[in-house]
Design a protein around this ligand. Structure first.
Ligand SMILES: CC(C)(COP(=O)(O)OP(=O)(O)OC[C@H]1O[C@@H](n2cnc3c(N)ncnc32)[C@H](O)[C@@H]1O)[C@@H](O)C(=O)NCCC(=O)NCCS
Ligand SMILES: Nc1ncnc2c1ncn2[C@@H]1O[C@H](COP(=O)(O)OP(=O)(O)OP(=O)(O)O)[C@@H](O)[C@H]1O
Length: 207
């Protein structure tokens, strides 16, 4: 009988703009399989997916672009200004995101794999992991980086930060921490050290 391989999973989380994607890219460079919740969240709202139909039925054409794809900026404005709508969207998307992540983790080929998610601790996604890695930086860095990347206002980024688990609580749940207050080179060096640790842990952990 075929056995289902259970991978050793490191959950990587952090607030908006903290450096999850940057850190994940360094792990990927070491050959680590990465399952990314933000990418899964995009896949489940591709044209033709039931979630996109549900979203457009609820909000109308304003959330669609001319080519039928999701207008992400418009949906962001709606959900981060109304907690009821945010809860509705999450109830639509999170089960499908979880299913997609599980599929990706089971297809992993590396010694261990990474589950990257901004909402790892806020949702049940952390139950898919063996260890929690938090990427951390001061809130001012998060705001600056996210404003530059998303061309969003300071107020909108602050609202998103306030909707996520707070920094102290997140850090208290970490097994390991990446300190991302310095340069990308400093982040990469920390990733290399942890990569050696996780490779060894994965080999010596019975799952
Ligand atoms: C609202 C949407 C369309 C905005 O899209 P946009 O391209 O502007 O942002 P993107 O998806 O790249 O997310 C950027 C960051 O916003 C934050 N964020 C996104 N969704 C949420 C949420 N539900 N709660 C708190 N923070 C969130 C995260 O830090 C995330 O990394 C999109 O974020 C979305 O569909 N969110 C709901 C799905 C979800 O919860 N995704 C998070 C991964 S589980
Ligand atoms: N140490 C750093 N020095 C300079 N720029 C950085 C550093 N870390 C991250 N950045 C940049 O800041 C921006 C946000 O980083 P990144 O996208 O990795 O954050 P994230 O945690 O994945 O954010 P989100 O939750 O919004 O997806 C990116 O443009 C990234 O290149």
């Amino acid at each position: 009988m075929a056995t289902i391989r259970r991978p050793f999973v490191v959950g990587l989380t952090g607030g908006i703009g903290s450096g999850k994607s940057a850190a994940a890219a360094f792990f990927a460079h070491q050959g680590v399989t990465v399952a990314d919740a933000d990418l899964a969240a995009r896949a489940v709202v591709e044209p033709g997916q039931p979630s996109l139909t549900a979203i457009s039925e609820r909000y109308g054409k304003v959330v669609l672009q001319g080519d039928g794809t999701l207008n992400r900026r418009a949906l962001r404005e709606i959900i981060f200004s109304d907690p009821t709508e945010k809860a509705w969207l999450e109830s639509q998307l999170h089960p499908a995101i979880r299913t997609q992540l599980i599929q990706e983790l089971h297809a992993a080929s590396s010694d261990y794999c990474l589950l990257v998610s901004p909402l790892l601790l806020e949702t049940d996604q952390h139950t898919l992991t063996n260890r929690i890695l938090v990427v951390d930086c001061p809130e001012e860095d998060q705001i600056y980086r996210a404003m530059l990347r998303d061309t969003a206002s300071r107020e909108q980024i602050q609202t998103i930060i306030a909707s996520q688990i707070n920094r102290q609580e997140r850090l208290a749940r970490a097994d390991d921490i990446l300190h991302n207050h310095g340069s990308l080179e400093e982040l990469q060096a920390q990733v290399q050290t942890l990569h050696a640790t996780y490779t060894s842990l994965a080999k010596h952990t019975a799952l």
